[in-house]
Design a protein around this ligand. Structure first.
Ligand code: ATP
Length: 353
């Protein structure tokens, strides 16, 4: 594996249209995607994920900035001259061709040798586990099977990079979970760099080596799923990735003071008197008798392995705790009950206001 990144995006900007009506789809994105990694672009609708993917593919040209793939500046190259392939949400299979022909077609267009094509097609069909269905046409396949064909077809020419634009969004939840594992396996087995676009945070967390969180045409944070989940860079990331409790607080020496006056021991390097927002995951909220925060249980929701306990502080601030159920039974909590809450110190993220 060489050291240069698979993809280097240098200060990419993209404006659609001009003048007053121009849309700033990308607003200065710089990013290195490493060789052989599963990289996910994550963000809400309209944040610029697809635009960034289309810039890498060459379907769009940047208004400013450069795109490098495998060390070469491809900014001015058309899509077919770039060592990338794309899997679209719509699959875009040829409906009248068999699975085998669908996979072979692109290789024929590239002028590959007959023997090599036959060998590659069979290997791809085996890779995506469709050997029994190779002579069927797409209309005779389920959504998940069609998705596998689309993947096999895109992987067949051995691109350096595979771009995937919300490829699982048309599948139902169960199939989607299966295909998530399948995609991860395919990426691992082929060693090809995957750039995956989704607005589904859970999908991003389960599949990726690294995630880039986007908002309003900018990259807010790049990191491993663990880094992004445990150390979100700001309130937006904390809120977008998983459930989070936000509590306003004032910094004191060795403690923070919540709006209702509760004093929570917490070391900070911030200036005493400054205002912060504490971000705490529901699973890191502890119910314990010596907890510094008094609260009242409002609602208790049982969900199999966990119980969500919704509580209110004296000033009305809502807080949710996710508690693990004991092997048999439930956590014994009742609405109206007085509880005390605490957090493990390293579980609290302090965000600037
Ligand atoms: P989604 O998840 O909804 O697909 P996205 O994060 O992929 O969203 P983009 O499709 O990259 O977002 O769009 C970013 C912004 O650019 C949006 O405001 C969108 O409306 C705008 N946009 C995208 N394509 C064009 C276009 N061809 N012409 C004008 N504006 C566009």
């Amino acid at each position: 594996m060489d050291d240069q990144p698979a993809i280097r995006i240098a200060d990419a900007r993209k404006l659609y249209g001009s003048g007053e009506a121009a849309v700033r789809a990308l607003d200065g994105v710089s990013l290195d995607i490493l060789n052989g990694e599963f990289f996910t672009l994550l963000g809400p609708s309209g944040c610029g994920k697809t635009t960034l993917l289309r810039l890498i593919a060459g379907f769009e040209t940047p208004t400013e900035g450069r795109i490098h793939i495998a060390g070469a500046d491809v900014s001015d190259d058309p899509p077919n001259r770039r060592p990338v392939n794309t899997v679209f949400q719509s699959y875009a299979l040829f409906p009248h061709m068999s699975v085998r022909r669908n996979i072979a077609f692109g290789l024929e267009m590239l002028g590959r040798q007959r023997g090599e094509i036959a060998e590659t097609v069979e290997r791809m069909i085996a890779l995506v586990q469709l050997s029994d269905m190779a002579e069927r046409t797409p209309t005779q396949l389920s959504g998940g099977q069609q998705q596998r064909v689309a993947l096999a077809r895109a992987l067949a020419p051995k691109p350096k990079v595979l771009l995937l634009d919300e490829p699982l969004s048309a599948l139902d939840l169960k199939l989607r979970k299966e295909m998530q594992l399948e995609l991860k396996r395919l990426q691992h087995e082929t060693g090809i760099t995957f750039v995956f676009v989704t607005h589904d945070q859970e999908e991003a967390l389960t599949m990726s080596d690294r995630i880039g969180v986007m908002r309003g045409g900018r990259l807010l944070q790049v990191g491993s799923p663990r880094e992004i989940y445990n150390h979100p860079a700001d309130r937006f990331v904390a809120d977008f990735i998983g459930e989070t409790n936000f509590l306003s607080a004032r910094v004191e020496a060795e403690a923070v003071v919540l709006q209702n006056g509760a004093r929570v021991p917490l070391a900070s390097t911030r200036t005493p008197g400054s205002m912060v927002t504490l971000a705490v995951r529901p699973e890191q909220v502890q119910l314990r008798p010596d907890g510094p925060i008094a609260a009242t249980v409002r609602q208790v929701v049982y969900s199999g392995t966990d119980t969500h306990c919704y509580a209110a502080l004296s000033d009305g601030t809502q807080i949710v705790a996710r508690l693990q159920n004991p092997p048999s039974g439930e956590v014994g909590l009742q609405a109206g009950e007085a509880i005390r809450i605490g957090f493990a110190e390293d579980a609290v993220q302090m965000l600037d206001d």
